[in-house]
Design a protein. Structure first.
Lengths: 381, 245
């Protein structure tokens, strides 16, 4: 067993950390407060090559391994959940299905501009009637005269309505067979008549990330916008979510790491009863538990990445990582606020934002309950 | 024009400094190594000049053991074209300058940081210029190349000085030479794998100085708080303890 990062992975970790500390940290609080999506930071992430990290060079990718990508998400999330959301969703949900299931023409058409960060792509699975149960989808797509006609709506779609959003991979019901819905994925470009994108406001977390409602009203797209094959929709969506789970896990790990570092620094600095509060055993033990959970989470997640990079099945470990990393983010950020006392509840302290940002991680891309269902099935229950 | 940027491998600036062997050697356990901050700025400027088309090739040079290679790899990721590592323990400034003079002969511009953040010796650049017989300017905070001519800016007390100088030259650079150190892009990191890392053997040289021992500054005394009403006590402390009045 080798637990060392390669020289290159270490350099990526240091580089992304440096970028996050120098360029994201100074503005993260304000972007969160104003619920403002940052075009300059998205552009910078593109310039640094953080989009399409694992793709071949010919599509504008960097040909790096999964672990390098996950480390990048972790390092951004260590500083800011919103930017990590933009990054992780664009890579894992936007770029990945286009790369895995697109034909050559589709890949050449979309991927280069998505890898530079000039344009974003979103993934539209969730609907008002289809959350955990993606088969509850009511959006339909009918093929008529060489065109798909899409009707329905999507909700909570990350990167779905930014000014630079180029389009969305839409899951739709394209027919029925033996009383069962047939799902198909179709690419809908921004600007297509009948396709409306609306930004959702009032989020408690990831406030500087773009979340959207999408409406399709007799929206017609050319037949060649089919992604993969007819009836392959569910498979494409579920495979995409397997990969996506690793990046949500990385966000949990990064959030926990960031909150822990803040708590440790604060506990050593803050004095009550004549000594630093880190010297009170109850706080010291809390910090020890945080360090332990983070270590376990990192080992589990990196192992899942290693499995993926070595072409081995990783679905179970991905679900476990998503579940564990997101749950420890909740525990660690909660105790981190506790260690900060009243100051931890004030926006002047970043830990307050970390406490809010982690809350989505136990819900998005399959809730904790659903992850337990997935794991229990995979272990044969 | 060909540029050689000298890269010193130094402990991260937030490192807690410790010594071993009865304070005779630096304890490098667990230390994270970085490019000396001034060297990183020099490299950033060199990359900017290359992007502007004024420089053909950037080489980075270092005297150090194999453990310095991650630092050199980062320099390649930032934008240097090749690295030269003289495979030796950097014993002192003179030893390092001798080694670098050996590899630095064919360059038009050599950029050295004004000091390295480990021993703050401020010596290598000047020695190297002397050994190579190159022109040299210190405290350089701006470097431009216009029509093949080197234009140098120096921040001096109360103003700045602009001068031109003929190459080959050793420029000893300080803050201001570039705004911020360049963050390498993933593409750069990927390409750095394929760039040459030339390892050369050191030439015979004797260090001129010897490290005897180190001493840490005394730990900071606790901060004393004096009550608002007690100005007399404050004055007494400033007189008798701090001895600043
Ligand atoms: C900020 C944000 C960004 C998002 N980005 C995207 C995106 O880019 N693309 C996209 O398609 N979706 C996205 N989502 C949607 C997200 O994936 C869903 O919210 C999530 O899958 C849960 O669905 P739901 O909200 O409808 O909850 P529900 O499915 O209604 O769940 C409610 C509760 O019931 C529980 N529950 C449901 N079924 C079961 C069961 N069988 N057994 C036990 N418990 C159960 C759940 O665990 C949960 O606790 C995003 C959501 C948010 C908030």
């Amino acid at each position: 067993m080798d637990f060392e990062l390669t020289e290159e992975q270490q350099l990526i970790k240091d580089t992304v950390r440096d970028f996050a500390e120098r360029e994201i940290k100074p503005v993260a609080g304000e972007l969160d407060e104003n619920a403002e999506f940052s075009y300059p930071l998205t552009k910078r992430m593109g310039e640094l090559g953080l989009f399409g990290m694992t793709l071949p060079e010919k599509y504008g990718g960097q040909e790096l391994d999964t672990l390098s990508y996950i480390i990048a998400v972790e390092e951004i999330a260590r500083i800011d959940g919103s930017q990590a959301a933009t990054l992780a969703a664009h890579n894992s949900l936007g770029i990945s299905p286009l790369f895995e299931y697109g034909n050559e023409e589709q890949k050449m058409k979309y991927l280069p501009q998505l890898c530079t960060g000039e344009a974003l792509w979103s993934f539209g699975l969730t609907e008002p009637s289809a959350g955990s149960d993606s088969r509850g989808s009511k959006t339909t797509a009918v093929l008529k005269n060489d065109e798909w006609i899409i009707n329905g709506s999507k909700i909570f779609i990350t990167n779905g309505s930014a000014d630079i959003t180029k389009g969305c991979t839409v899951q739709a019901v394209s027919g029925e067979k033996g009383g069962k819905k047939i799902f198909t994925t179709i690419l809908a470009e921004t600007g297509t008549p009948g396709f409306t994108q609306k930004t959702m406001h009032g989020k408690m977390m990831w406030r500087a990330s773009n979340t959207s409602e999408l409406y399709f009203d007799d929206c017609r797209v050319p037949q060649e916008n089919l992604l993969g094959k007819i009836g392959e929709g569910s498979h494409i969506m579920l495979q995409t979510l397997d990969g996506g789970r690793l990046s949500i896990a990385a966000m949990g790990l990064g959030n926990a790491q960031g909150a822990y570092e803040m708590a440790l620094a604060y506990a050593k600095e803050r004095k009550q009863f004549g000594k630093p509060i880190s010297k009170f055993q109850i706080n010291a033990f809390k910090l020890a538990d945080m360090a332990l959970k983070i270590e376990l989470a990192r080992n589990l997640l990196y192992k899942a990445c290693w499995l993926k990079d070595n072409g081995k099945p990783y679905g179970k470990e991905a679900a476990m990582s998503k579940l564990y990393c997101s749950e420890i983010a909740k525990e660690v950020s909660d105790e981190a606020v506790q260690i900060h006392g009243g100051y931890g509840l004030m926006k002047d302290y970043d830990v307050e934002r970390f406490y809010r940002d982690q809350r989505l991680l136990q819900i998005g891309e399959g809730t904790s309950e659903i992850q337990r269902i997935v794991i229990s099935r995979l272990i044969g229950c | 024009m060909k540029i050689l940027v000298l890269i010193s491998n130094v402990p991260d600036t937030t490192t807690k400094i410790r010594f071993t062997g009865d304070n005779t050697a630096f304890d490098s356990t667990g230390v994270q190594w970085i490019i000396n901050p001034w060297d990183e700025l020099a490299l950033t400027r060199a990359v900017e000049l290359k992007e502007a088309g004024a420089v053909e090739k950037i080489t980075v040079g270092n005297v150090g053991r194999q453990t310095t290679e991650p630092t050199l790899r980062k320099a390649l990721a930032i934008g240097a074209d090749e690295a030269i590592r003289v495979d030796a323990e950097p014993e002192d400034a003179f030893f390092v300058a001798i080694q670098l003079a050996e590899v630095g002969k064919d360059f038009d511009i050599i950029m050295a940081g004004i000091e390295a953040s480990d021993y703050n010796g401020s010596a290598v650049g000047g020695m190297l210029a002397e050994l190579l017989g190159f022109n040299s300017v210190s405290a350089v905070s701006g470097l431009n190349i216009e029509n093949g001519e080197l234009i140098i800016n120096r921040e001096i007390d109360g103003g700045s000085q602009v001068l031109t100088i003929a190459s080959p030259v050793v420029t000893i650079v300080q803050k201001g030479i570039a705004k911020e150190p360049r963050i390498p892009a993933m593409r750069g990191i990927m390409m750095a794998r394929k760039k040459p890392m030339n390892v050369v053997s050191p030439v015979e040289a004797k260090a001129k100085t010897e490290m005897i021992n180190f001493e840490l500054p005394p730990p900071k005394a606790a901060c004393k708080l004096v009550d608002e009403e007690n100005a007399k006590e404050l004055i007494r402390l400033l007189h008798e303890e701090a001895k600043v009045l």
